[in-house]
Write a protein that binds this ligand. Structure first.
Ligand code: FAD
Length: 406
């Protein structure tokens, strides 16, 4: 006899949604070491939780195996989550690029998930963490809680996320546990995180608060067209957070301050028609003045020079600095500022259909703890919902089969 059929460790997005999808016929428990569940959900999307993205499909996710996440994402679509949100009469709106946010507050999502867990008789225990897990001879899992209690369960779901944002209880527990059970990890790193620049080379501190739309890309990964924000330490904003997930230490980041425009053509055309205009007047049509001044200064270019008088070399320099600004970040701002952790439990170790560990039947890994990372824009929650859904369906079907066999 076990104390519970299923114990879910971590009362974040993935853990709560597992509870919301499990059958009420079985005894389930969520263990969360914070005082309350869903802390990350509450601060997400500036307090309004960007809970999904209507354009979500496998293309906005990355990990070592680019196919692993396809199955779960296909079987639980953004519209499945939207249906649930609507059934709870939660008002939401599309902000931009398919991102859906709560109109009122992220609390609505946490309350919805708690209600769904309650409907399924899922017990939630807060303020006690799990210290250790082992499997006994009969295959039951024994969980040692921080308060010393020992609980047993037939199935255990690890939904403890990654170490991003430790100030709200994030830990590497799931990764250590995976190692303990002999599962491989893909190297982890902060992702969706601001980048730090050498202030002597690029004194972005002087531009702190200035924002502009850019195309940004790394040697790997797609080109993102969103806003870049200069900070005291370097660069941030949606564009940079997106690129940070693909950046590797020592590698370059490339930025085009004229996204979707042909800088060269624009300049040549202006030189023909408005040759007497100053360079800075031309640039001001497209970029914030503080950025123009610093950029021209850094490259010893004179903003008061007439467009018609620019030399070939100056034109080449202008094209380079405004359409292919290259920089090598010193670092990221680390887990303290990261929205997610990239890497994690290797997808080679898990079934893509069920999230169960191939070597340890009954042990499941879902959400951010797995080596699947989404872009900024509601995709990471969609992965949390979809992986939780896949895992919960499998647990329910296995428990039902085991019940019939008993
Ligand atoms: C500031 C911020 C804003 C974000 N905004 C968005 C957004 O708008 N849209 C989006 O899609 N994504 C967003 N994200 C990312 C998203 O929050 C995560 O991808 C998602 O929460 C991952 O869900 P999870 O359940 O796997 O992990 P988490 O939500 O991190 O949940 C893990 C839970 O496990 C608990 N835990 C850890 N160790 C233990 C232990 N040993 N015992 C018991 N409990 C434990 C933690 O306290 C936590 O509650 C944001 C992230 C941050 C940091």
């Amino acid at each position: 006899m076990s104390d519970f059929d299923t114990i879910i460790i971590g009362g974040g997005a993935a853990g709560l949604f597992t509870g919301a999808c499990l059958s009420h016929d079985y005894k389930s428990l969520i263990i969360e070491h914070n005082k309350s569940v869903g802390k990350k959900i509450l601060i997400s999307g500036g307090g309004r939780c960007n809970f999904t993205n209507i354009h979500a499909n496998h293309q906005q996710f990355h990990g070592k195996n680019p196919h692993f996440h396809k199955s779960a994402l296909k079987r639980f679509l953004p519209y499945d989550f939207i249906d649930l949100v609507e059934s709870h009469k939660i008002d939401y709106y599309e902000k931009t690029l398919g991102q859906l946010f709560c109109k009122n507050s992220a609390h609505d999502i946490v309350e919805m998930l708690k209600k769904e867990c309650e409907k399924n008789n899922v017990e939630i225990r807060c303020q006690t963490g799990v210290k250790n897990i082992s499997q006994n001879q009969s295959g039951l899992f024994e969980l040692e809680l921080e308060d010393g209690e020992i609980l047993t369960a037939k199935k255990v779901v690890i939904a403890t996320g990654g170490p991003a944002l430790p100030s709200i209880g994030a830990t590497s527990f799931g990764h250590s546990l995976a190692k303990k059970f002999g599962l491989r990890l893909v190297e982890t790193a902060p992702a969706l995180v601001p980048l730090v620049l050498d202030q002597e080379q690029w004194p972005t501190g002087l531009l702190s608060g200035v924002s502009t739309n850019v195309d940004i890309w790394c040697d790997e990964g797609p080109v993102f067209r969103e806003a870049l924000l200069f900070t005291h330490k370097g660069v941030s904003g949606p564009a940079v957070l997106q690129a940070s997930s693909f950046w590797r230490p020592g590698k370059k980041v490339y930025t085009n301050f004229f996204p979707g425009l042909n800088f060269n053509d624009l300049l040549e055309q202006q030189r023909r028609v408005n040759g007497a205009h100053q360079l800075s007047r031309f640039l001001k049509q497209y970029l914030p003045e503080r950025l123009i001044n610093l950029w021209l200064d850094l490259h010893s270019l004179n903003g008061s020079k007439k467009l018609a008088d620019l030399t070939k070399k100056e034109i080449t320099d202008l094209v380079m600095i405004f359409t292919q600004w290259e920089f090598i970040p010193l670092s990221t701002e680390g887990y303290r500022k990261a929205e997610v952790t990239r890497g994690g439990v290797s997808s080679e170790e898990l079934s893509s259909k069920t999230m169960e560990a191939k070597k340890v039947p009954g042990l499941y890994f879902i959400g951010e703890v797995v080596d699947v990372t989404g872009w900024l824009g509601g995709y990471n929650f969609q992965w949390a919902w979809a992986s939780a859904h896949a895992c919960a369906l499998h647990i329910t079907s296995v428990l039902s089969e085991e019940g019939r066999d008993a």
